[in-house]
Design a protein around this ligand. Structure first.
Ligand SMILES: Nc1ncnc2c1ncn2[C@@H]1O[C@H](COP(=O)(O)OP(=O)(O)O)[C@@H](O)[C@H]1O
Ligand SMILES: [Mg+2]
Length: 243
C-alpha cells in the first residue's frame, strides 16, 4: 500500500480553477518527481498536500488515514526556503525542535551529531551567508529532515543552484534519502533533474493543472554512468513530448 496518497484534489483561487482531480501516490523509500510548466499549479498542490490549504474537494491520506487540512504530518520544504540570515546554522537547522517546544540548548543537542552526515561539519556556528550555495541547501534539507516525518515534500529544492553543485547534490540526496529511509516527492521544472533523481515522474499540464502522465524510471549503475546512457536521453525526450 502507498504510504502517502492524494485522491481527486481540486483547488481554485477566487473561483478560478487552478488544479483539478489530482491523484498521486508515494511508496516507501521512493523518490518521485512532479514536473510541469511554471504556473501549472505545482506549489498550490503542495500546499494542499502539506495541509496548509484545504482543497475544494478531494483528500490527502497518510498510511490510509485522512490527514486533509492537517499540518505537521509530512516534512515540507517551501519553494525558496531561506535560512534566517541573522541566525547561525545550528540554530537554523534546529528550528523544528524549537517549534516543538525544546529550549535553544536542547534543540542544538538534538541536531549536533548530524552535521557530518549532512556534509556540514564545521558549519555549525557560521551564518548562512558564509556558506556556499550547496551547503546552504544541505542545511535547508537538514532543517526539513528535523520535522521528523518519513514523507518529505520538496518544492523546487535544487532550482537556485549552479549545474556543478546540482550534480553533486543529486547524488548526495539519493544517498542520504536512502540512509534515512525517506519517501520524497519533489517539484522540478528540469527534465534532467526529474530523470536523474526519480523512481517515477508525474507530468502535470493544462489549465487547470492535471496529472497527464506517469513515467517509471529505471536507473542503472551510478548516477554519473546513468546520465551518459542513451536510456537517460530517451527518458528526457519522452518527458519533453509529454509536457
Ligand atoms: N494565493 C493565491 N491567490 C490567487 N492565485 C494564486 C495564489 N497562488 C497561486 N495562484 C495562481 O495559481 C496558479 C498556479 O500557481 P503555482 O501553484 O504557484 O504554480 P507553479 O508552482 O506550478 O509554478 C498561478 O496562476 C498563480 O497565479
Ligand atoms: Mg511553484
Amino acid at each position: 500500500m502507498a504510504i502517502f496518497e492524494a485522491r481527486n484534489i481540486t483547488q481554485s483561487y477566487e473561483g478560478v480553477p487552478i488544479i483539478e482531480d489530482i491523484c498521486l501516490a508515494l511508496n516507501h523509500g521512493e523518490v518521485v518527481c512532479l514536473i510541469g510548466a511554471s504556473g501549472v499549479g505545482k506549489s498550490t498542490l503542495f500546499q494542499v498536500l502539506s495541509g496548509m490549504k484545504k482543497p475544494d474537494s478531494g483528500g490527502v491520506f497518510l498510511n490510509g488515514e485522512d490527514i486533509t487540512g492537517k499540518t505537521g504530518m509530512v516534512s515540507y520544504m517551501l519553494q525558496k526556503d531561506m535560512l534566517l540570515p541573522f541566525m547561525n546554522v545550528i540554530d537554523n537547522v534546529a528550528l523544528p525542535y524549537r517549534l516543538k517546544g525544546f529550549k535553544k540548548k536542547e534543540a542544538r543537542e538534538k541536531v549536533r551529531s548530524y552535521f557530518g552526515q549532512f556534509g556540514l561539519e564545521g558549519a555549525q556556528d557560521k551564518l548562512p551567508d558564509q556558506l556556499s550555495g550547496g551547503m546552504r541547501q544541505r542545511a535547508a534539507f537538514m532543517r526539513t529532515y528535523f520535522f521528523g516525518r518519513e514523507v518529505v515534500l520538496l518544492d523546487e529544492p535544487f532550482s537556485a543552484l549552479d549545474e556543478l553543485t546540482k550534480a553533486d547534490l543529486y547524488e548526495w540526496y539519493l544517498n542520504i534519502g536512502g540512509e534515512l529511509g525517506l519517501a520524497t516527492l519533489f517539484i522540478s521544472h528540469s527534465l534532467e533533474e526529474a530523470v536523474s533523481l526519480s523512481n517515477r515522474v508525474y507530468v502535470m499540464s493544462g489549465v487547470p493543472g492535471r496529472i497527464e502522465a506517469e513515467v517509471a524510471i529505471k536507473r542503472r549503475g551510478s548516477l554519473r554512468e546513468f546520465c551518459s546512457t542513451s536510456e537517460f536521453s530517451e527518458y528526457k525526450n519522452r518527458l519533453r513530448d509529454l509536457l
